[in-house]
Design a protein around this ligand. Structure first.
Ligand code: SAM
Length: 337
């Protein structure tokens, strides 16, 4: 088996907020190849990790990497939105910390490793699957075949601009009437001609369309919503949930979930008299944290323009993998005691 290519992002921040304590139990909801899990296992004596991933190939990579920790690690093939079931089957509750590191790993994206032949990357020509769980029946090809025009517009409209979405949807509908869209090469050519751009600008838009489709195939947005809400339920009072997000859809989903968990009015911001929601968490990081890029002075830590365009109101740096990365730490509030 090849060595993992994925490097855990923001390792210092994850450890600072999870602050593993001896004997503590931590849930890594997105185990991947086990990079963050290893940091937790090394951080204090006898820490335990429940490592969840829906991709059995990732679990294999993690098993190899973490073999030396023996029964301090449990490997669970499941989806993290079922975290409460996973923990109840392991007879666990009130865990000390929980990590969700959203999306896909470099190993899944790479054509050299476990990602080969799975259709996550727009370079190359592979079956158009994009399933994080290879056993899943809904694939990118089946969505392109089965979704109505309106549903396709919803999927691509999450990340593409209005005109781009209309052109891409029209091209998909035209192409599927001629032949099924089943290969990445075919889909990439279709996008290139529909998007009408060139060079790096085109590659960016193609990558965005692939992202939109992958998020839909794996139901990543609803998974993140449920994962955060249930993850908080799994924590002991004072336990910490850390969520790492990489793109606008994830940033937004996490922000909304955190806002709800902090309680307050259930109505629009200035509506007086709307019922109050109970606070379940206290934010440890009122604003998301961003990875520090070593060769930039601290006062230039102002991140990529994409964040401004997304209207997040905060700024970030590109991570070493060129992906914008944000992290939020939450402390479960003592109101649950
Ligand atoms: C960014 S990687 C995590 C990398 C990991 N932190 C490390 O250091 O190696 C995200 C992982 O989450 C998994 N994943 C994504 N959505 C999931 C879900 N809803 N349930 C379980 N695993 C999921 C992916 O299969 C992938 O392995």
């Amino acid at each position: 088996m090849t060595a993992p290519e994925h490097t855990p992002v923001m390792p210092g921040e994850v450890l600072r907020y999870l602050a593993p304590s001896p004997g503590g139990v931590y849930v890594d909801c997105t185990l991947g190849s086990g990079g963050h899990a290893e940091l937790i296992l090394e951080a204090a004596a006898d820490t335990r990790v429940i490592g969840i991933d829906c991709d059995p190939l990732q679990l294999d990579l993690a098993r190899t990497r973490l073999a030396k920790y023996g029964d301090r690690v449990q490997f669970v093939r499941s989806r993290f939105e079922r975290v409460l079931d996973v923990l109840s089957q392991a007879n666990l509750n009130n865990v000390d910390g929980l990590l969700i590191d959203c999306g896909v790993s470099m190993d899944q994206l790479s054509g050299r490793s476990i990602g080969r032949g799975r259709g996550f990357s727009h370079s190359g020509d592979e079956p158009l699957l994009m399933t994080l769980d290879p056993g899943q029946r809904t694939t990118a090809a089946s969505l392109l075949r089965d979704l109505s025009e309106g549903e396709l517009a919803k999927v691509f409209g999450q990340v593409l601009r209005g005109g781009e979405t209309r052109r891409v949807v029209r091209a998909v509908v035209r192409e599927r009437a001629r032949q099924p869209i089943e290969r990445t090469g075919q889909f990439t050519r279709l996008l290139a001609s529909a998007l009408g751009k060139q060079g790096p600008a085109l590659r960016k838009r193609i990558a965005a369309a692939y992202l939109a489709l992958r998020v839909a195939v794996n139901e990543e947005t609803s998974a993140l919503q449920a994962g955060i809400a249930d993850g908080v339920e799994a924590l002991r009072s004072g336990g910490v949930i850390v969520v790492i997000t990489f793109h606008g859809l994830e940033h937004r989903t996490a922000r909304v979930a955190f806002r709800e968990l902090q309680g307050g009015s259930t109505g629009p911001p200035r509506l007086v008299g709307a019922p109050e929601r109970e606070a379940k968490v206290k934010m440890l990081t009122p604003k998301p944290l961003f990875p520090i890029v070593a060769d930039r002075p601290p006062d230039k830590n102002v991140g990529p323009p994409e964040e401004h365009r997304m209207g997040v109101g905060t700024v970030t740096f590109l991570s070493p993998t060129d992906r914008p990365t944000r992290m939020s730490g939450l402390l479960r509030s003592t109101v649950w005691e």
